[in-house]
Design a protein around this ligand. Structure first.
Ligand code: AMP
Length: 421
C-alpha cells in the first residue's frame, strides 16, 4: 500500500515525500480510508504508531476536498490532547503535511501567556490543536468559537481521564456542533473510556494497533552498583550462581576483555574473548566453542559483537556500561531473541552513573537496581579517596547511596511501569 493508492491530494503526497515517509504505517493504512469516507473512528493505539498522521492527513485532505479555506477563516478542525508537548507535536505534524496547501493551523496550551496564541487565532486558522484548559479559557473569553467545527479529534483519551480532564471534555462536547466527524484515540479502553467514546462517536469503525514490544521491554534488565575492584568478583559470582547458561559479557576495551577472560580462567570458568585484535580464525573458534556449549561465557567488545548471531543466548552482562546509549540497546538485544525472554544485567560504577542516566532516558525506563548481592557498592567506599584528596576530612559521615535502598528500588520499579504505560 502506498500513500498514492489512498487517493491523497498531490500537495499532501509531496509533503509526505519531504518527510521521507515511504508507505503508510498500519494505523494509517487502516484509518485513512475510513476517515475519507466520512465515518467516525475509534482508534486504539498509542503514540509512536504514526497515529498523528493517521488523523491529520485525512482531515487535511477533506478540508482541501471541501470548499477549501474560506476567505474569513473559521476553525473547522479541532484536536484536543492532554499535554502541551503532544499539542506542539501534533501542530508540527499539521504544519509539515499542510506545507504545500494554504491551510492554516495553530496550537494553544496553558502555562504561558495567551497573547501570542490569541494573536494567531485572530489571524484566522482552519485547524486548532489545543489542551483542554486553555481551550475552555479562550472560549469563555470569546476568542474561540466552536460553531464551525466539522472535524473533532480527542487524542489520548485515557490520559485525559487520568489527568482529571473529564469534566472539561464534557463541557466541550456541549459546545460542538452535532453534525461533525469525530475521531477518538486511546491507548487503553477501560470502561470509563468506552463510555466516553459512546458519547462522542456516531457511526464509527474501530481500528486497533498493538504496539510492537521494543527490545528494552522484552528483555528483563537489572543494575548492580559495584566498585571497580569488585566487578570481577561479582561477575564470577553471577556466572557461578544465577547465570550458568550461555552468557555474553560486554567489555568496553579489548584489553579489558582479555583481563576478564584471565580472571574467569582463574575462577575455573571457561570463556574466550573476541575483539578486533584477535584473528578471524580465533574469533570463529571462540564463537564455535561458545555455540557448542564448550564455553560458558564469551567476552566481547561492541564492535566484535556486531557479527555475533546466536539465538539461544540466555544472558547478557554489561561488565562496563557503554557511554553510547544506543549500544546498550544493541547489547541487550542479543538476548531475548526469537520471542524468548532474556535477562541483561549491567554493572555500574560511580563514574558510570551518568551513562546509566542517559540509557534510562533513551529507553524511557528506570532499570531496577539489585542491592542484595555480596559486592554491593557502598558510598563510603568511594568517599574515602576523594575526601583524602580534599584534605583528609575522613571523619565526615558519608551520605547514603541513593537509589540503593529497597524502598527506592520499589519506587523505581513503579516509576518504570508508569513511564511504560
Ligand atoms: P506518532 O505516533 O504520530 O507520534 O508518530 C511517530 C513517528 O512516526 C513520528 O516521528 C512520525 O513523524 C513518524 N511517522 C508517521 N508516519 C510515518 C510513515 N508513514 N512513515 C515513516 N514515519 C512515519
Amino acid at each position: 500500500m502506498t500513500f498514492k493508492e489512498l487517493g491523497l491530494n498531490e500537495s499532501i503526497l509531496k509533503a509526505l515525500q519531504d518527510q521521507g515517509y515511504e508507505s503508510p504505517t498500519p494505523i494509517q493504512a487502516q484509518s485513512i480510508p475510513v476517515l475519507l469516507k466520512g465515518k467516525d473512528l475509534l482508534g486504539v493505539a498509542q503514540t509512536g504508531t504514526g497515529k498523528t498522521a493517521a488523523f491529520s492527513i485525512p482531515i487535511l485532505q477533506q478540508l482541501l476536498d471541501g470548499e477549501g479555506p474560506r476567505k474569513k477563516r473559521q476553525i473547522r478542525a479541532l484536536v484536543v490532547t492532554p499535554t502541551r508537548e503532544l499539542a506542539i507535536q501534533i501542530d508540527e505534524n499539521f504544519t509539515a503535511y499542510a506545507k504545500y496547501t494554504n491551510i492554516k493551523n495553530t496550537v494553544i496550551y496553558g502555562g504561558v501567556k495567551q497573547t501570542k496564541q490569541v494573536y494567531a487565532l485572530h489571524q484566522g486558522v482552519d485547524v486548532l490543536v489545543a489542551t483542554p484548559g486553555r481551550l475552555l479559557d479562550l472560549i469563555s473569553q470569546k476568542y474561540i468559537s466552536l460553531a464551525d467545527i466539522e472535524y473533532f479529534v480527542l487524542d489520548e483519551a485515557d490520559q485525559m481521564l487520568d489527568m482529571g480532564f473529564i469534566h472539561d471534555i464534557k463541557k466541550l462536547l456541549k459546545l460542538l456542533p452535532k453534525q461533525r466527524q469525530s475521531l477518538f484515540f486511546s491507548a487503553t479502553m477501560p470502561a470509563a473510556i468506552v463510555d466516553l467514546s459512546r458519547q462522542i462517536l456516531g457511526d464509527f469503525e474501530r481500528v486497533t494497533i498493538q504496539p510492537k514490544q521494543t527490545t528494552a521491554e522484552k528483555v528483563e534488565q537489572a543494575i548492580y552498583h559495584v566498585n571497580k575492584k569488585n566487578k570481577t568478583k561479582l561477575l564470577t559470582h553471577l556466572l557461578e550462581t544465577q547465570m550458568k547458561d550461555a552468557t555474553l559479557v560486554f567489555s568496553r576495551t579489548k584489553h579489558g576483555a582479555n583481563k576478564i577472560v584471565k580472571d574467569l580462567d582463574k575462577a575455573g570458568i571457561k570463556s574466550a574473548a573476541i575483539h578486533g585484535n584477535k584473528s578471524q580464525a580465533a574469533r570463529q573458534r571462540a564463537l564455535g566453542d561458545f555455540k557448542e556449549g564448550k564455553l560458558q561465557a564469551l567476552v566481547a567488545t561492541d564492535i566484535a559483537a556486531r557479527g555475533i548471531d546466536i539465538d539461544e543466548l540466555a544472558f547478557v552482562i554489561n561488565y562496563d556500561l557503554p557511554n553510547v546509549s544506543e549500544s546498550y540497546v544493541h547489547r541487550i538485544g542479543r538476548t531475548g531473541r526469537a520471542g524468548a525472554s532474556g535477562l541483561a544485567v549491567s554493572f555500574c560504577m560511580l563514574e558510570e552513573r551518568p551513562f546509566l542516566k542517559d540509557i534510562e532516558k533513551l529507553i524511557q525506563t528506570k532499570i531496577p537496581v539489585i542491592d542484595d548481592h555480596p559486592f554491593e557498592f557502598k558510598m563510603e567506599d568511594a568517599a574515602e579517596p576523594s575526601l583524602k584528596k580534599q584534605g583528609g576530612r575522613s571523619n565526615r559521615k558519608p551520605r547514603p547511596a541513593s537509589g540503593n535502598s529497597k524502598n527506592n528500588r520499589n519506587k523505581s520499579r513503579n516509576r518504570s511501569r508508569n513511564t511504560n504505560s
